[in-house]
Ligand binder design. Structure first.
Ligand code: ATP
Ligand code: MG
Length: 602
Protein backbone atom coordinates (compact mmCIF):
# COMPACT_ATOMS: atom_id res chain seq x y z
CA UNK A 1 0.00 0.00 0.00
CA UNK A 2 1.24 3.48 -0.86
CA UNK A 3 1.07 6.03 1.92
CA UNK A 4 -1.30 8.87 1.17
CA UNK A 5 0.63 12.08 1.47
CA UNK A 6 -2.01 14.54 0.48
CA UNK A 7 -4.98 14.69 2.74
CA UNK A 8 -6.80 17.94 2.59
CA UNK A 9 -8.72 19.10 5.61
CA UNK A 10 -12.35 19.52 4.71
CA UNK A 11 -14.28 21.55 7.24
CA UNK A 12 -17.62 21.04 5.52
CA UNK A 13 -17.26 17.36 4.86
CA UNK A 14 -20.52 15.48 4.54
CA UNK A 15 -21.33 12.94 7.24
CA UNK A 16 -19.10 9.88 7.08
CA UNK A 17 -20.86 6.66 6.09
CA UNK A 18 -21.29 5.46 9.68
CA UNK A 19 -22.80 8.75 10.80
CA UNK A 20 -25.11 8.54 7.81
CA UNK A 21 -26.35 5.16 9.02
CA UNK A 22 -26.77 6.48 12.55
CA UNK A 23 -28.64 9.54 11.28
CA UNK A 24 -31.04 7.32 9.32
CA UNK A 25 -31.61 5.09 12.34
CA UNK A 26 -32.34 8.08 14.55
CA UNK A 27 -34.70 9.42 11.90
CA UNK A 28 -36.58 6.13 11.63
CA UNK A 29 -36.79 5.82 15.42
CA UNK A 30 -34.94 2.52 15.41
CA UNK A 31 -34.07 1.88 19.08
CA UNK A 32 -36.53 4.67 19.91
CA UNK A 33 -34.15 7.19 18.36
CA UNK A 34 -31.50 6.43 20.98
CA UNK A 35 -27.81 6.11 20.22
CA UNK A 36 -25.51 4.07 22.45
CA UNK A 37 -22.02 3.23 21.25
CA UNK A 38 -19.10 1.64 23.05
CA UNK A 39 -15.34 1.60 22.89
CA UNK A 40 -14.25 -1.95 23.75
CA UNK A 41 -10.46 -2.35 24.17
CA UNK A 42 -8.97 -5.58 25.40
CA UNK A 43 -6.84 -4.69 28.46
CA UNK A 44 -3.77 -6.51 27.14
CA UNK A 45 -1.71 -3.41 26.35
CA UNK A 46 -1.77 0.36 26.23
CA UNK A 47 -3.89 2.31 23.76
CA UNK A 48 -2.27 3.57 20.58
CA UNK A 49 -3.05 6.15 17.93
CA UNK A 50 -5.15 3.56 16.05
CA UNK A 51 -7.41 3.26 19.06
CA UNK A 52 -7.73 7.04 19.04
CA UNK A 53 -9.52 6.78 15.71
CA UNK A 54 -12.02 4.34 17.20
CA UNK A 55 -12.42 6.49 20.34
CA UNK A 56 -13.04 9.62 18.30
CA UNK A 57 -15.59 7.81 16.16
CA UNK A 58 -17.49 6.14 18.99
CA UNK A 59 -17.48 9.09 21.38
CA UNK A 60 -17.92 11.54 18.51
CA UNK A 61 -21.07 9.78 17.31
CA UNK A 62 -22.51 9.69 20.82
CA UNK A 63 -21.73 13.39 21.11
CA UNK A 64 -23.21 14.32 17.72
CA UNK A 65 -26.41 12.33 18.25
CA UNK A 66 -27.12 13.07 21.90
CA UNK A 67 -26.17 9.58 22.91
CA UNK A 68 -23.79 7.92 25.31
CA UNK A 69 -20.66 5.85 24.82
CA UNK A 70 -19.60 3.08 27.19
CA UNK A 71 -15.97 2.39 27.91
CA UNK A 72 -15.88 -1.40 28.15
CA UNK A 73 -12.96 -3.67 28.91
CA UNK A 74 -13.29 -6.55 26.49
CA UNK A 75 -11.67 -8.91 28.95
CA UNK A 76 -12.41 -12.51 28.07
CA UNK A 77 -8.82 -13.70 27.80
CA UNK A 78 -7.48 -14.03 31.37
CA UNK A 79 -3.87 -14.88 30.64
CA UNK A 80 -2.95 -11.74 28.67
CA UNK A 81 -4.84 -9.10 30.62
CA UNK A 82 -3.98 -6.98 33.61
CA UNK A 83 -5.28 -4.16 35.81
CA UNK A 84 -2.27 -2.05 34.81
CA UNK A 85 -3.77 -1.98 31.33
CA UNK A 86 -7.29 -1.28 32.61
CA UNK A 87 -5.99 1.75 34.50
CA UNK A 88 -3.91 3.10 31.64
CA UNK A 89 -6.75 2.65 29.14
CA UNK A 90 -9.19 4.46 31.40
CA UNK A 91 -6.79 7.37 31.92
CA UNK A 92 -5.94 7.61 28.21
CA UNK A 93 -9.58 7.65 27.09
CA UNK A 94 -10.43 10.37 29.60
CA UNK A 95 -7.42 12.41 28.53
CA UNK A 96 -8.27 12.13 24.85
CA UNK A 97 -11.92 13.19 25.14
CA UNK A 98 -11.52 15.71 27.99
CA UNK A 99 -13.35 18.91 27.14
CA UNK A 100 -14.73 17.42 23.94
CA UNK A 101 -16.91 14.40 24.62
CA UNK A 102 -16.47 13.65 28.31
CA UNK A 103 -20.14 14.46 28.80
CA UNK A 104 -21.14 11.31 26.88
CA UNK A 105 -18.71 8.93 28.60
CA UNK A 106 -20.74 6.37 30.51
CA UNK A 107 -19.23 4.45 33.41
CA UNK A 108 -20.99 2.18 35.84
CA UNK A 109 -21.27 2.37 39.58
CA UNK A 110 -18.53 0.34 41.21
CA UNK A 111 -19.74 -3.17 41.90
CA UNK A 112 -22.89 -2.86 39.76
CA UNK A 113 -22.93 -6.06 37.73
CA UNK A 114 -25.66 -4.93 35.34
CA UNK A 115 -25.06 -3.15 32.11
CA UNK A 116 -26.71 0.12 33.08
CA UNK A 117 -24.33 3.03 33.05
CA UNK A 118 -24.27 6.53 34.41
CA UNK A 119 -22.76 9.50 32.71
CA UNK A 120 -19.63 10.72 34.36
CA UNK A 121 -21.07 14.19 34.94
CA UNK A 122 -24.04 12.71 36.82
CA UNK A 123 -21.98 10.63 39.15
CA UNK A 124 -22.88 12.42 42.42
CA UNK A 125 -19.56 11.52 43.95
CA UNK A 126 -20.06 7.79 43.62
CA UNK A 127 -17.16 5.64 42.65
CA UNK A 128 -17.37 4.85 38.97
CA UNK A 129 -15.53 2.33 36.89
CA UNK A 130 -15.50 1.21 33.30
CA UNK A 131 -17.74 -1.58 32.08
CA UNK A 132 -16.22 -5.05 31.96
CA UNK A 133 -17.34 -7.86 29.67
CA UNK A 134 -16.25 -10.13 32.52
CA UNK A 135 -18.99 -8.66 34.72
CA UNK A 136 -21.42 -10.38 32.36
CA UNK A 137 -19.89 -13.85 32.68
CA UNK A 138 -22.91 -15.08 34.72
CA UNK A 139 -25.39 -13.81 32.12
CA UNK A 140 -23.27 -15.05 29.22
CA UNK A 141 -23.15 -18.47 30.86
CA UNK A 142 -26.96 -18.44 31.12
CA UNK A 143 -27.20 -17.52 27.44
CA UNK A 144 -24.97 -20.49 26.64
CA UNK A 145 -27.28 -22.82 28.58
CA UNK A 146 -30.19 -21.34 26.66
CA UNK A 147 -28.53 -22.07 23.31
CA UNK A 148 -27.95 -25.66 24.42
CA UNK A 149 -31.60 -25.99 25.44
CA UNK A 150 -32.63 -24.68 22.04
CA UNK A 151 -30.46 -27.36 20.42
CA UNK A 152 -28.15 -24.73 18.93
CA UNK A 153 -24.95 -25.42 20.84
CA UNK A 154 -23.10 -28.58 21.83
CA UNK A 155 -20.12 -29.73 23.86
CA UNK A 156 -17.36 -30.97 21.62
CA UNK A 157 -14.47 -33.22 22.73
CA UNK A 158 -12.22 -32.61 19.73
CA UNK A 159 -8.75 -31.40 20.65
CA UNK A 160 -7.87 -27.81 19.63
CA UNK A 161 -5.82 -29.20 16.72
CA UNK A 162 -8.63 -31.45 15.50
CA UNK A 163 -11.16 -28.65 15.85
CA UNK A 164 -8.99 -26.58 13.51
CA UNK A 165 -8.50 -29.44 11.08
CA UNK A 166 -12.24 -30.23 10.97
CA UNK A 167 -13.04 -26.57 10.30
CA UNK A 168 -11.44 -26.74 6.84
CA UNK A 169 -10.38 -23.60 5.04
CA UNK A 170 -12.10 -21.04 2.82
CA UNK A 171 -11.70 -23.28 -0.25
CA UNK A 172 -12.18 -26.58 1.61
CA UNK A 173 -15.47 -27.40 3.38
CA UNK A 174 -15.44 -28.34 7.03
CA UNK A 175 -16.35 -31.71 8.51
CA UNK A 176 -18.91 -32.23 11.23
CA UNK A 177 -17.63 -33.06 14.68
CA UNK A 178 -18.50 -36.59 15.84
CA UNK A 179 -19.89 -34.94 19.02
CA UNK A 180 -22.27 -32.67 17.13
CA UNK A 181 -25.41 -34.68 17.79
CA UNK A 182 -25.20 -35.18 21.52
CA UNK A 183 -28.50 -34.92 23.36
CA UNK A 184 -29.48 -31.68 25.01
CA UNK A 185 -29.33 -33.39 28.41
CA UNK A 186 -25.80 -34.64 27.83
CA UNK A 187 -24.69 -31.22 26.59
CA UNK A 188 -26.20 -29.48 29.62
CA UNK A 189 -24.52 -31.94 31.94
CA UNK A 190 -21.12 -31.67 30.27
CA UNK A 191 -21.20 -27.89 30.03
CA UNK A 192 -22.07 -27.56 33.71
CA UNK A 193 -19.22 -29.91 34.53
CA UNK A 194 -16.88 -27.84 32.35
CA UNK A 195 -17.83 -24.87 34.52
CA UNK A 196 -17.38 -26.91 37.70
CA UNK A 197 -13.75 -27.54 36.74
CA UNK A 198 -13.97 -31.29 36.10
CA UNK A 199 -11.93 -31.18 32.86
CA UNK A 200 -8.48 -29.92 32.00
CA UNK A 201 -7.70 -27.08 29.59
CA UNK A 202 -8.39 -27.99 26.00
CA UNK A 203 -10.38 -31.14 26.83
CA UNK A 204 -13.74 -29.81 25.68
CA UNK A 205 -15.35 -26.74 24.17
CA UNK A 206 -18.86 -25.45 23.73
CA UNK A 207 -19.62 -24.86 20.07
CA UNK A 208 -22.47 -23.24 18.20
CA UNK A 209 -24.31 -25.65 15.90
CA UNK A 210 -24.51 -23.70 12.67
CA UNK A 211 -23.21 -24.98 9.34
CA UNK A 212 -19.94 -26.82 8.67
CA UNK A 213 -20.46 -26.33 4.93
CA UNK A 214 -20.82 -22.56 5.15
CA UNK A 215 -18.54 -20.55 2.86
CA UNK A 216 -18.00 -18.27 5.88
CA UNK A 217 -15.52 -20.07 8.05
CA UNK A 218 -16.75 -18.24 11.16
CA UNK A 219 -20.10 -20.02 10.82
CA UNK A 220 -18.53 -23.51 10.86
CA UNK A 221 -19.65 -24.35 14.38
CA UNK A 222 -17.49 -21.70 16.08
CA UNK A 223 -16.23 -22.27 19.60
CA UNK A 224 -18.24 -20.28 22.15
CA UNK A 225 -16.52 -21.34 25.37
CA UNK A 226 -13.15 -22.83 26.21
CA UNK A 227 -11.69 -24.26 29.40
CA UNK A 228 -8.91 -22.15 30.87
CA UNK A 229 -7.85 -22.81 34.44
CA UNK A 230 -6.45 -19.34 35.00
CA UNK A 231 -7.13 -16.43 37.32
CA UNK A 232 -8.68 -13.36 35.79
CA UNK A 233 -7.67 -9.79 36.69
CA UNK A 234 -11.29 -8.84 37.38
CA UNK A 235 -13.13 -12.06 38.33
CA UNK A 236 -10.29 -13.78 40.17
CA UNK A 237 -10.66 -17.56 40.41
CA UNK A 238 -14.43 -17.60 39.93
CA UNK A 239 -14.32 -19.09 36.46
CA UNK A 240 -12.40 -21.81 34.66
CA UNK A 241 -14.37 -21.51 31.43
CA UNK A 242 -14.20 -18.32 29.42
CA UNK A 243 -16.40 -17.17 26.52
CA UNK A 244 -14.77 -16.46 23.18
CA UNK A 245 -14.68 -12.91 21.84
CA UNK A 246 -17.46 -13.57 19.30
CA UNK A 247 -19.83 -14.91 21.91
CA UNK A 248 -19.10 -12.33 24.58
CA UNK A 249 -19.01 -9.28 22.36
CA UNK A 250 -22.49 -9.31 20.83
CA UNK A 251 -24.02 -10.27 24.18
CA UNK A 252 -22.16 -7.52 26.04
CA UNK A 253 -23.43 -5.06 23.43
CA UNK A 254 -26.96 -6.38 23.89
CA UNK A 255 -26.80 -6.27 27.70
CA UNK A 256 -25.60 -2.66 27.62
CA UNK A 257 -28.32 -1.62 25.18
CA UNK A 258 -25.74 -0.67 22.56
CA UNK A 259 -27.40 0.42 19.34
CA UNK A 260 -24.41 0.73 17.01
CA UNK A 261 -21.47 -1.61 17.55
CA UNK A 262 -18.67 -0.03 15.54
CA UNK A 263 -15.48 -1.97 14.84
CA UNK A 264 -12.71 -2.37 12.30
CA UNK A 265 -13.03 -4.16 8.97
CA UNK A 266 -11.46 -7.44 10.01
CA UNK A 267 -14.67 -8.11 11.94
CA UNK A 268 -16.85 -7.84 8.87
CA UNK A 269 -16.65 -11.60 8.34
CA UNK A 270 -17.71 -12.11 11.97
CA UNK A 271 -20.89 -10.10 11.52
CA UNK A 272 -23.04 -13.09 10.39
CA UNK A 273 -22.03 -14.86 13.61
CA UNK A 274 -22.73 -11.73 15.68
CA UNK A 275 -26.25 -11.67 14.23
CA UNK A 276 -26.72 -15.45 14.42
CA UNK A 277 -26.05 -15.58 18.16
CA UNK A 278 -28.41 -12.74 19.00
CA UNK A 279 -31.14 -14.10 16.73
CA UNK A 280 -30.77 -17.69 17.92
CA UNK A 281 -31.41 -16.57 21.49
CA UNK A 282 -34.73 -14.91 20.49
CA UNK A 283 -34.04 -11.99 22.79
CA UNK A 284 -36.80 -9.66 23.92
CA UNK A 285 -35.15 -6.29 23.32
CA UNK A 286 -33.98 -4.55 20.14
CA UNK A 287 -30.69 -5.92 18.88
CA UNK A 288 -27.45 -4.00 18.35
CA UNK A 289 -25.97 -3.88 14.86
CA UNK A 290 -22.33 -4.10 13.91
CA UNK A 291 -20.78 -1.62 11.45
CA UNK A 292 -17.20 -1.78 10.22
CA UNK A 293 -14.70 0.89 9.16
CA UNK A 294 -11.07 0.81 8.00
CA UNK A 295 -8.44 0.78 10.70
CA UNK A 296 -5.81 3.48 10.92
CA UNK A 297 -2.33 2.56 9.73
CA UNK A 298 0.55 4.95 10.29
CA UNK A 299 3.84 4.85 8.42
CA UNK A 300 7.18 4.25 10.22
CA UNK A 301 5.66 2.59 13.25
CA UNK A 302 3.92 -0.58 14.38
CA UNK A 303 0.56 -0.70 16.09
CA UNK A 304 0.04 -4.28 17.07
CA UNK A 305 -0.05 -4.51 20.84
CA UNK A 306 1.86 -7.77 20.64
CA UNK A 307 4.74 -6.00 18.91
CA UNK A 308 4.61 -2.95 21.15
CA UNK A 309 4.76 -5.27 24.15
CA UNK A 310 7.91 -6.86 22.73
CA UNK A 311 9.58 -3.45 22.43
CA UNK A 312 8.73 -2.78 26.07
CA UNK A 313 9.72 -6.21 27.40
CA UNK A 314 13.01 -6.28 25.52
CA UNK A 315 13.97 -2.79 26.69
CA UNK A 316 14.03 -1.35 23.17
CA UNK A 317 12.09 1.61 24.59
CA UNK A 318 11.81 2.85 28.18
CA UNK A 319 8.21 1.71 28.51
CA UNK A 320 4.75 1.92 26.99
CA UNK A 321 4.93 5.68 27.56
CA UNK A 322 8.27 6.18 25.78
CA UNK A 323 7.83 9.39 23.76
CA UNK A 324 8.76 7.49 20.58
CA UNK A 325 5.94 4.99 20.98
CA UNK A 326 2.70 5.36 18.97
CA UNK A 327 0.81 4.95 22.24
CA UNK A 328 -1.43 7.66 23.62
CA UNK A 329 0.60 7.71 26.82
CA UNK A 330 3.83 8.08 24.82
CA UNK A 331 2.37 10.87 22.73
CA UNK A 332 1.06 12.63 25.82
CA UNK A 333 4.50 12.44 27.45
CA UNK A 334 6.07 13.76 24.28
CA UNK A 335 3.68 16.71 24.33
CA UNK A 336 1.10 15.89 21.67
CA UNK A 337 -2.07 17.69 22.75
CA UNK A 338 -5.27 15.62 22.85
CA UNK A 339 -6.92 18.20 20.59
CA UNK A 340 -4.24 17.63 17.95
CA UNK A 341 -4.79 13.87 17.99
CA UNK A 342 -8.53 14.42 17.64
CA UNK A 343 -7.96 16.84 14.75
CA UNK A 344 -5.74 14.21 13.12
CA UNK A 345 -8.43 11.54 13.45
CA UNK A 346 -10.94 13.92 11.93
CA UNK A 347 -8.69 14.65 8.96
CA UNK A 348 -8.02 10.96 8.42
CA UNK A 349 -11.76 10.44 8.21
CA UNK A 350 -13.87 7.30 8.34
CA UNK A 351 -14.09 5.06 5.32
CA UNK A 352 -14.12 1.44 4.23
CA UNK A 353 -10.81 1.42 2.42
CA UNK A 354 -7.54 0.86 4.27
CA UNK A 355 -4.54 3.06 3.61
CA UNK A 356 -1.35 4.13 5.32
CA UNK A 357 -1.24 7.63 6.72
CA UNK A 358 1.96 9.62 6.75
CA UNK A 359 3.34 10.73 10.11
CA UNK A 360 3.63 14.22 8.58
CA UNK A 361 -0.14 14.65 8.85
CA UNK A 362 -0.07 13.94 12.58
CA UNK A 363 2.87 16.31 13.04
CA UNK A 364 1.03 18.97 11.05
CA UNK A 365 -1.93 18.73 13.44
CA UNK A 366 0.38 18.88 16.46
CA UNK A 367 2.13 22.00 15.13
CA UNK A 368 -1.14 23.72 14.33
CA UNK A 369 -2.40 23.23 17.85
CA UNK A 370 0.87 24.09 19.58
CA UNK A 371 1.41 27.16 17.43
CA UNK A 372 -1.86 28.57 18.74
CA UNK A 373 -1.36 27.64 22.37
CA UNK A 374 2.35 27.58 23.21
CA UNK A 375 4.30 30.35 24.87
CA UNK A 376 7.56 31.17 23.15
CA UNK A 377 10.85 30.93 25.00
CA UNK A 378 14.51 30.95 24.10
CA UNK A 379 16.72 27.99 24.71
CA UNK A 380 20.11 26.95 23.37
CA UNK A 381 20.54 23.21 22.83
CA UNK A 382 24.27 23.12 21.97
CA UNK A 383 25.75 26.18 23.61
CA UNK A 384 28.60 28.33 22.30
CA UNK A 385 29.78 31.14 24.58
CA UNK A 386 29.79 34.68 23.14
CA UNK A 387 31.40 37.63 24.91
CA UNK A 388 30.28 41.11 23.89
CA UNK A 389 33.46 43.07 24.34
CA UNK A 390 31.87 46.53 24.37
CA UNK A 391 28.95 45.68 26.65
CA UNK A 392 29.38 46.88 30.29
CA UNK A 393 30.49 44.05 32.54
CA UNK A 394 27.99 44.39 35.35
CA UNK A 395 25.02 45.51 33.29
CA UNK A 396 21.85 43.41 33.05
CA UNK A 397 19.08 44.63 30.77
CA UNK A 398 15.56 43.25 30.98
CA UNK A 399 14.46 42.98 27.36
CA UNK A 400 10.85 42.60 26.37
CA UNK A 401 9.86 39.43 24.52
CA UNK A 402 6.49 38.44 23.06
CA UNK A 403 5.02 35.37 24.69
CA UNK A 404 2.85 34.24 21.80
CA UNK A 405 2.43 36.23 18.59
CA UNK A 406 -0.68 34.13 17.86
CA UNK A 407 -2.30 35.17 21.13
CA UNK A 408 -1.95 38.81 22.23
CA UNK A 409 -3.53 37.91 25.58
CA UNK A 410 -0.44 35.87 26.43
CA UNK A 411 1.36 39.19 26.93
CA UNK A 412 5.07 39.87 27.16
CA UNK A 413 7.85 38.85 29.49
CA UNK A 414 11.28 40.14 30.37
CA UNK A 415 14.40 38.27 29.33
CA UNK A 416 17.70 39.28 30.94
CA UNK A 417 20.52 40.32 28.60
CA UNK A 418 24.16 40.62 29.66
CA UNK A 419 27.74 40.71 28.40
CA UNK A 420 28.10 36.92 28.26
CA UNK A 421 25.58 34.95 26.32
CA UNK A 422 25.19 31.53 24.72
CA UNK A 423 24.21 31.02 21.13
CA UNK A 424 23.64 27.79 19.25
CA UNK A 425 26.83 26.16 17.91
CA UNK A 426 25.01 25.70 14.62
CA UNK A 427 24.43 29.45 14.37
CA UNK A 428 28.13 30.09 13.76
CA UNK A 429 30.18 28.88 10.81
CA UNK A 430 33.81 29.71 10.32
CA UNK A 431 33.46 28.83 6.66
CA UNK A 432 29.85 29.48 5.82
CA UNK A 433 27.98 27.58 3.12
CA UNK A 434 26.18 29.68 0.47
CA UNK A 435 23.16 31.65 1.70
CA UNK A 436 24.19 31.26 5.33
CA UNK A 437 22.75 34.29 7.11
CA UNK A 438 23.88 33.54 10.64
CA UNK A 439 27.12 34.46 12.37
CA UNK A 440 30.47 34.22 10.56
CA UNK A 441 33.91 35.74 11.26
CA UNK A 442 33.53 39.46 10.56
CA UNK A 443 29.81 38.97 9.86
CA UNK A 444 26.78 40.41 11.58
CA UNK A 445 23.59 38.90 12.93
CA UNK A 446 20.71 40.17 15.05
CA UNK A 447 20.11 38.69 18.47
CA UNK A 448 16.38 38.18 18.86
CA UNK A 449 14.78 41.04 20.90
CA UNK A 450 18.27 42.57 21.33
CA UNK A 451 21.20 43.97 19.36
CA UNK A 452 23.03 43.41 16.13
CA UNK A 453 26.40 41.84 16.91
CA UNK A 454 29.54 41.36 14.88
CA UNK A 455 32.05 38.57 15.33
CA UNK A 456 35.54 40.01 15.77
CA UNK A 457 37.52 37.04 17.11
CA UNK A 458 37.18 33.25 17.12
CA UNK A 459 38.75 31.44 20.11
CA UNK A 460 39.75 27.80 19.64
CA UNK A 461 41.14 25.04 21.84
CA UNK A 462 44.23 22.92 21.16
CA UNK A 463 42.16 20.60 18.94
CA UNK A 464 41.16 23.54 16.78
CA UNK A 465 37.53 23.48 17.96
CA UNK A 466 35.72 26.77 18.39
CA UNK A 467 35.18 27.35 22.12
CA UNK A 468 34.19 31.00 22.33
CA UNK A 469 33.42 34.00 20.16
CA UNK A 470 34.32 37.58 20.85
CA UNK A 471 31.85 40.02 19.38
CA UNK A 472 30.92 43.65 19.51
CA UNK A 473 27.33 44.82 19.83
CA UNK A 474 25.90 47.79 17.94
CA UNK A 475 24.40 49.41 21.02
CA UNK A 476 22.18 51.65 18.87
CA UNK A 477 20.49 48.71 17.18
CA UNK A 478 18.24 47.41 19.93
CA UNK A 479 15.04 45.74 18.62
CA UNK A 480 12.14 48.15 18.72
CA UNK A 481 14.50 51.01 19.54
CA UNK A 482 14.16 54.35 17.75
CA UNK A 483 17.87 55.09 17.19
CA UNK A 484 18.59 52.66 14.39
CA UNK A 485 16.65 50.89 11.70
CA UNK A 486 19.63 49.05 10.39
CA UNK A 487 18.73 45.59 9.09
CA UNK A 488 20.74 42.38 8.83
CA UNK A 489 19.61 39.20 7.14
CA UNK A 490 19.79 36.75 10.04
CA UNK A 491 18.26 36.69 13.51
CA UNK A 492 19.35 34.09 16.05
CA UNK A 493 18.26 33.15 19.56
CA UNK A 494 20.43 33.32 22.68
CA UNK A 495 20.35 33.11 26.46
CA UNK A 496 22.22 35.19 29.00
CA UNK A 497 24.98 32.94 30.36
CA UNK A 498 24.87 33.88 34.06
CA UNK A 499 21.07 33.67 34.13
CA UNK A 500 20.56 30.49 32.13
CA UNK A 501 18.91 27.34 33.50
CA UNK A 502 20.64 24.08 32.70
CA UNK A 503 18.42 21.39 31.27
CA UNK A 504 18.45 18.04 29.52
CA UNK A 505 16.70 17.96 26.17
CA UNK A 506 15.70 14.80 24.32
CA UNK A 507 15.28 14.86 20.57
CA UNK A 508 13.25 12.14 18.92
CA UNK A 509 13.16 10.69 15.48
CA UNK A 510 11.07 7.94 13.93
CA UNK A 511 11.20 4.64 15.78
CA UNK A 512 11.66 2.67 12.56
CA UNK A 513 13.68 3.28 9.41
CA UNK A 514 11.14 1.82 7.00
CA UNK A 515 7.60 2.81 6.23
CA UNK A 516 6.05 -0.56 7.03
CA UNK A 517 8.20 -2.39 9.59
CA UNK A 518 5.70 -5.26 9.49
CA UNK A 519 6.42 -6.03 5.89
CA UNK A 520 9.70 -7.89 6.07
CA UNK A 521 10.08 -9.46 2.67
CA UNK A 522 13.27 -11.35 3.56
CA UNK A 523 11.69 -12.81 6.66
CA UNK A 524 13.44 -10.34 8.93
CA UNK A 525 11.99 -9.51 12.32
CA UNK A 526 10.26 -6.10 12.60
CA UNK A 527 12.80 -5.11 15.25
CA UNK A 528 15.62 -5.26 12.73
CA UNK A 529 14.15 -2.04 11.30
CA UNK A 530 14.42 -0.09 14.55
CA UNK A 531 16.08 3.28 14.03
CA UNK A 532 19.27 3.36 16.14
CA UNK A 533 19.15 7.18 16.03
CA UNK A 534 15.61 7.57 17.31
CA UNK A 535 16.77 9.27 20.51
CA UNK A 536 19.42 11.95 20.98
CA UNK A 537 19.99 13.22 24.51
CA UNK A 538 21.54 16.67 25.02
CA UNK A 539 22.62 17.09 28.63
CA UNK A 540 24.05 20.63 28.65
CA UNK A 541 21.32 22.82 27.24
CA UNK A 542 20.84 26.38 28.52
CA UNK A 543 17.39 27.88 28.72
CA UNK A 544 16.09 31.29 29.61
CA UNK A 545 15.53 31.65 33.35
CA UNK A 546 11.71 31.71 33.19
CA UNK A 547 11.91 28.00 32.42
CA UNK A 548 13.41 27.13 35.78
CA UNK A 549 9.89 26.81 37.15
CA UNK A 550 8.48 24.95 34.15
CA UNK A 551 6.13 22.35 35.58
CA UNK A 552 5.84 18.76 34.43
CA UNK A 553 3.39 18.52 31.56
CA UNK A 554 3.93 22.10 30.34
CA UNK A 555 4.93 22.80 26.78
CA UNK A 556 6.71 25.70 25.07
CA UNK A 557 7.99 26.71 21.72
CA UNK A 558 11.73 27.27 21.86
CA UNK A 559 12.14 29.88 19.18
CA UNK A 560 13.55 28.52 15.94
CA UNK A 561 13.90 25.00 17.39
CA UNK A 562 10.48 23.47 17.80
CA UNK A 563 8.00 22.61 20.53
CA UNK A 564 9.25 21.14 23.78
CA UNK A 565 7.39 19.48 26.62
CA UNK A 566 8.52 19.09 30.22
CA UNK A 567 9.01 15.38 30.86
CA UNK A 568 6.64 14.52 33.70
CA UNK A 569 8.71 11.58 34.92
CA UNK A 570 12.40 12.48 34.73
CA UNK A 571 12.31 16.23 35.49
CA UNK A 572 13.75 17.36 38.83
CA UNK A 573 12.99 20.66 40.58
CA UNK A 574 15.30 23.29 39.05
CA UNK A 575 16.61 20.76 36.54
CA UNK A 576 13.91 20.17 33.95
CA UNK A 577 14.05 17.55 31.24
CA UNK A 578 12.40 18.56 27.98
CA UNK A 579 11.12 16.29 25.22
CA UNK A 580 11.07 17.76 21.76
CA UNK A 581 7.47 17.28 20.69
CA UNK A 582 7.94 18.29 17.06
CA UNK A 583 10.23 20.50 15.02
CA UNK A 584 9.19 23.78 13.42
CA UNK A 585 8.92 24.05 9.71
CA UNK A 586 11.53 26.64 8.89
CA UNK A 587 13.45 27.82 5.86
CA UNK A 588 17.02 27.58 7.04
CA UNK A 589 16.78 23.87 7.75
CA UNK A 590 17.15 23.41 4.00
CA UNK A 591 20.50 25.19 3.90
CA UNK A 592 22.16 23.23 6.62
CA UNK A 593 20.89 20.17 8.43
CA UNK A 594 22.76 19.69 11.70
CA UNK A 595 21.88 16.46 13.49
CA UNK A 596 20.12 18.23 16.35
CA UNK A 597 17.43 19.38 13.99
CA UNK A 598 16.14 15.93 13.25
CA UNK A 599 15.54 14.21 9.95
CA UNK A 600 14.41 15.93 6.83
CA UNK A 601 10.67 15.82 6.39
CA UNK A 602 9.36 15.07 3.00
P1 ATP B 1 -4.18 -5.59 18.67
O1 ATP B 1 -4.49 -6.50 17.53
O2 ATP B 1 -2.95 -4.79 18.51
O3 ATP B 1 -4.27 -6.26 20.01
P2 ATP B 1 -6.86 -4.82 18.74
O4 ATP B 1 -7.54 -4.36 17.52
O5 ATP B 1 -7.11 -6.23 19.14
O6 ATP B 1 -5.33 -4.52 18.62
P3 ATP B 1 -8.53 -3.88 20.81
O7 ATP B 1 -8.16 -3.56 22.20
O8 ATP B 1 -9.34 -5.10 20.60
O9 ATP B 1 -7.19 -3.92 19.97
O10 ATP B 1 -9.22 -2.65 20.11
C1 ATP B 1 -10.27 -1.92 20.70
C2 ATP B 1 -11.03 -1.22 19.63
O11 ATP B 1 -10.19 -0.35 18.90
C3 ATP B 1 -11.62 -2.21 18.64
O12 ATP B 1 -12.95 -1.81 18.37
C4 ATP B 1 -10.73 -2.07 17.44
O13 ATP B 1 -11.46 -2.32 16.27
C5 ATP B 1 -10.26 -0.62 17.54
N1 ATP B 1 -8.95 -0.48 16.92
C6 ATP B 1 -7.83 -1.15 17.21
N2 ATP B 1 -6.81 -0.79 16.40
C7 ATP B 1 -7.31 0.15 15.57
C8 ATP B 1 -6.76 0.92 14.49
N3 ATP B 1 -5.49 0.78 14.11
N4 ATP B 1 -7.58 1.79 13.86
C9 ATP B 1 -8.85 1.95 14.25
N5 ATP B 1 -9.43 1.26 15.25
C10 ATP B 1 -8.67 0.36 15.90
MG1 MG C 1 -8.90 -7.12 19.62
Amino acid sequence: MEPSHHIEPDAEAPLDFIRQIVAEDVQSQKHGGRVITRFPPEPNGYLHIGHAKSICLNFGIARDFNGVCNLRMDDTNPTKEDVEYVDSITADVQWLIQGWADQVLAFKRAGDPTGTGVLLNQADGQKLEPFYASDYFPQIYEFALELIRKGRAYVCDLSPEDTDAYRGSPDRPGRESPFRNRSIEENLDLFQRMKAGEFPDGARTLRAKIEMGSPNIWLRDPVLYRIRHADHHHTGSQWCIYPMYDFAHCLSDYLEGVTHSICTLEFEVHRPLYDWILEALELPRALPHQHEFARLNLAYTVMSKRKLLQLVNEGRVVGWNDPRMPTLSGMRRRGYPAAAIRAFCEKVGVAKRENIIDMALLEFCVREELNRTSRRMMGVLKPLKVILLNYPEDQVEPLEAVNNPEDPAAGIRQVPFSREIFIEQDDFREIPPPKYFRLTPGGEVRLRYAYIIKCVEVIKNAQGEVTELHCTADLDSKSGGATSNRKVKGTIHWVSAPHAVRAEVRLYDRLFTVEQPDADAEGRDFKSFLNPQSLETLRDCRLEPALEKAAPGEGYQFERLGYFHVDPIDSQPGRPVFNRTVTLRDSWAKIDQPSSRGPSRR
